[in-house]
Design a protein around this ligand. Structure first.
Ligand code: SF4
Length: 144
């Protein structure tokens, strides 16, 4: 079962079945302690550095370039989706999916942070027009 772990040196939060032997952020060995989801959320909301829209847009471009999908070429739609995502970050702490409702259950809601695991979505399985639920990512066709 996955749990939350916090590096007692640099406050890095890890979510997994066991704690990393070496903290990937500060390189301290054996530095993680198990914490509650509440403490993990509080630490993240205080320490998280918010990236701006341009940086996030670039990050998802890089993410898409490494996959079998692309960012939706409809720029207006993408701009609206990013707006919704950043509103969610301001109101709820993380960039939750702009087209689905969070349940206020932190662990469940983590599955709604963008980009989510959309390769499993029914909407993505369509061979020709597959896309994530919101249409931010679209399956790349061979000629694209
Ligand atoms: S459905 Fe699309 S927009 Fe929504 S979280 Fe997943 S990848 Fe992001």
């Amino acid at each position: 079962m996955k749990k939350y772990w916090r590096c007692h040196v640099c406050n890095d939060i890890h979510f997994g079945t066991k704690s990393p032997k070496i903290c990937p952020t500060c390189l301290q060995g054996n530095a993680y302690v198990e914490v509650s989801s509440c403490e993990a959320l509080n630490v993240m909301s205080v320490t998280e550095s918010h990236v701006d829209k341009d940086a996030f847009a670039k990050a998802i471009q890089v993410f898409a370039a490494a996959g079998e999908f692309q960012i939706n070429p409809d720029q207006e739609r993408v701009a609206l989706l990013l707006e919704g995502m950043f509103n969610n970050e301001n109101n709820h702490g993380l960039k939750y999916c702009p087209c689905r409702m969070i349940e206020k259950d932190f662990e469940k809601d983590l599955t709604l942070v963008c980009p989510c695991n959309f390769l499993t979505h029914d909407s993505y399985k369509d061979k020709e027009n597959g896309e994530c639920w919101c249409g931010l990512f679209k399956k790349r066709r061979h000629h694209e």
